[in-house]
Design a protein around this ligand. Structure first.
Ligand code: PEP
Ligand code: CO
Length: 452
């Protein structure tokens, strides 16, 4: 066990971004109930993910972490979950085919309900309201009652995470993710796009390879990798009371695991070295993501890595960098060099979304596809120059036909943003834009592999 750590040692530190629950005793009752609930994920699965991430850090696999900025309770029906899974499966197969290495699939899903905010309140229609902090805290609806934090929502978040995860497990292990069905992962609304034709040609080539192997006498039923997929779950570990209530001792190893998701990440706003989030996460054995933005200098990064992974365990730390296309070149090389000096074993993953947000002329929070691509390109270039591994990509996306990010081959224009802008928080890539990124990154992986 981590020295001087216990499940609640974080309470002696400053915990940023915790909701102002109106009645602490009701909050406590909910937490007591959560403590009685079964774990959502199991320590053995978490260890498996850590092994896969260790392979990512060595350059033997690639990490795709993707999903909503904020999941919503009202978006819980099977069709929506299936559409998100389809786009992740499509992207993963494109990346595997182009990059020629296994892709570790990690959803921002089945628990991504809590959001950090830059301000505690906002003015809507002349009225001052508490800000929306994610469906597990309050409601997006702009009324004082809806914005009041309600601890019962934590229970709903737990149950909704459980049912989402249940469906994902069924889809990924029950035949839907079988590689011979790769054609069926196309999303209905994307049917007539050049990207889909590109995807279909790739799917046909995969199908032909499987047929060829069968003709050679290889019995594909003996290879579970061809018939099912491991999709791991992740969310920002923001609400420390909730996370602690779902933290359990593994009966096999006697170590503490957070059982609300396979991987959790610490956000850019909560990674203070002497803060409660770092204190809590240093004591659980899950892989931990750390969002790293322009305010993280090399010394702070070194302290964070030392606190969270003192034994330099491979697969434990994923550094999710989010500088923005204009800043990455100024910040990333220094951080990469510091980790090299330390000999730290880390996964570097590129979040090209959060540093590239701006307000459109029509007043919508958006991101430009070209800036997203530019940050990804620079991420690969910098790692090539430094001799380190560009290990993964972290995206906010949806299988829905949304117009939230501008640009892309099938250009979403500024004036089109209001058409289908439905995110509860940050703007997401739609399925076409996501597929386009996947083809682009698969080319980058291919060039990186060939030393270009
Ligand atoms: C997020 O991932 O939605 C988020 C809030 O990111 P960051 O902590 O990097 O701002
Ligand atoms: Co976001």
């Amino acid at each position: 066990m981590a020295p001087n750590w216990n499940l609640y040692s974080w309470r002696d530190k400053e915990a940023a971004q915790q909701p102002p629950w109106p009645d602490e005793s009701v909050h406590q009752e909910v937490l007591d109930e959560l403590k009685q609930q079964p774990p959502l994920v199991f320590a053995g699965e978490v260890r498996q993910l850590k092994d896969h991430l260790a392979a990512v850090a060595r350059g033997d696999a690639f990490l795709l972490q993707a999903g909503d900025c904020a999941e919503e309770f009202r978006q819980s029906h099977a069709k929506i979950i299936k559409e998100k899974l389809k786009i992740i499966l499509q992207m993963a197969v494109v990346l595997t085919y182009g990059g020629l290495k296994p892709v570790v699939k990690l959803g921002r899903i089945a628990g991504q309900y809590a959001k950090p905010r830059s301000k505690p309140s906002e003015v809507v229609n002349g009225e001052e309201l508490l800000t929306f902090r994610g469906d597990c805290v309050n409601s997006l609806e702009p009324t004082p009652a809806a914005r009041t934090p309600d601890p019962q929502r934590l229970l709903r978040a737990y149950h909704q995470s459980a049912s989402t995860l249940n469906l994902l497990r069924a889809f990924t292990h029950g035949g839907f993710a079988d590689l011979s069905r790769v054609h069926n992962w196309n999303l209905d609304y994307v049917k007539n796009s050049p990207l889909v034709h590109k995807f279909d040609s790739m799917a046909e080539a995969i199908y032909q390879s499987l047929e060829f192997m069968r003709a050679c006498g290889l019995d594909s039923s003996r290879f579970p990798q061809l018939h099912q997929v491991d999709l791991y779950t992740s969310h920002e570990g923001l609400l420390l009371d909730y996370e602690s209530a779902l933290t359990r001792v593994d009966s096999l190893t006697q170590q503490w695991y957070n059982c609300s998701a396979h991987m959790l990440w610490i956000g850019d706003r909560t990674r203070q070295i002497d803060g409660a989030h770092v204190e809590y996460f240093r004591g659980v054995r899950n892989p931990i993501g750390v969002k790293v933005g322009p305010t993280c200098d090399p010394d702070s990064l070194r302290s964070l890595i030392t606190a969270l992974n003192p034994e330099n365990e491979p697969g434990r730390i994923v550094l999710i960098t989010r500088f923005g296309a204009e800043k990455i070149a100024g910040f990333l090389p220094g951080l990469v060099r510091r980790t090299k000096e330390m000999g730290a074993d880390v996964v570097w993953s590129c979040d090209p979304m959060h540093g590239n947000t701006f307000l459109s002329t029509s007043g919508f929070k958006t991101r430009h596809f070209d800036k997203i691509l530019s940050e990804v390109n620079q991420f690969f270039q910098i790692h090539r120059a430094e001799g380190t591994v560009p290990g993964g990509i972290h995206l906010e996306l949806t299988g829905d036909h949304v117009t939230e990010c501008v640009g892309g081959t099938d250009e979403v224009r500024d004036e089109e943003l209001p058409y289908r802008y439905s995110t509860a928080c940050d703007p997401r890539l739609n399925a076409k834009q996501s597929l386009e990124i996947a083809f682009h990154v698969s080319e980058l992986l291919r060039s990186h592999r060939n030393g270009l």
